[in-house]
Every structure is written in structure tokens, then in C-alpha cells.
Design a protein around this ligand. Sequence first.
Ligand code: CMP
Length: 139
Amino acid sequence: MAGKITLTMIKPEAVRKGHIGAILAMLSEGGFRIVAMKYMKLSRETAEKFYEVHKEKPFYNDLTEFMSSGPIVAAILEKENAIEAYRGFIGTTNPADAAKGTVRNLFGSNIQENAVHGSDSDENALVEAGFFFSELERY
Ligand code: CMP
């Protein structure tokens, strides 16, 4: 499925603010098909593992604390050219710069609490999808 999937998370602040339903509705209307989905809370250790590529970044500690601060929704989404399509759909990392009407523009609070995650490459999408879901959990 390379090229057709991306991994998203609805992050803890968006969950706390009650935006799960609105974000899932937007994804569906945007033509992203849900292949797999989980509502769960990441442990600090699991969040550290997921964001390991950012280990050396100054925001790594705060990010992993935040990502383990409450439940998230993790999902594999399918669409043609999924990575680029989803990145355009959610907007830039910093919600302050995100295009009007994108998920991060509508629901993001700041560069860290930016409502949703989206994979940044086909290769990472496969790794991230495998991080959360077995083949048996994908439909
Ligand atoms: P995400 O798409 O999940 O990928 C890495 C995350 O790190 C990003 O969204 C933000 O939540 C966070 N992040 C990226 N850059 C910064 C930054 N400069 N300061 C704080 N957090 C950041």
C-alpha cells in the first residue's frame, strides 16, 4: 500500500477539547478512508519511541510529555498520494501559519499542540502504521 497510506494521531489537546468527531468528519469528507483506528493513551516510553527521530531536538522532552498526557486517536488513512494529500489537508506544523480551513488552522493551539500528526514520507508511514497496527487490525 506504499504511496496510499499515512498515519495520523489526533493529539491529546484536541481530544481534551472534544474535537475527535469534528476532525474525523473532516477526514471522511476529505476523501481519506479509515483503514485502522484506535483510541488509546501513550505511555511516556511509547511516545519517546514513536518520536525517536526527534530525540536530539530541543522540543523532544516537552513533546513526549505532552503526547503522553492524555488519550489520542491513532489511525491509518488511505487515499491516492496520501502523504502529500494529508499534509496539505492538515496544514503546516505551526497552526499560526496553517492555511485557512486546514485541520491545524481550525483546531491547533500552538506548534507543539497542533491537533494532529501526519507521516512525512511513504517510508515513515509504513513504519508508523506498523508501530500501532498489526495486519489483522487493518480493513
Ligand atoms: P508532528 O507532525 O507530530 O511531528 C513532530 C512534532 O513535534 C510536531 O508535530 C509538533 O507537535 C512538534 N514540534 C515540531 N517542531 C516543534 C518546535 N519547534 N517546537 C515545539 N514542538 C515542535
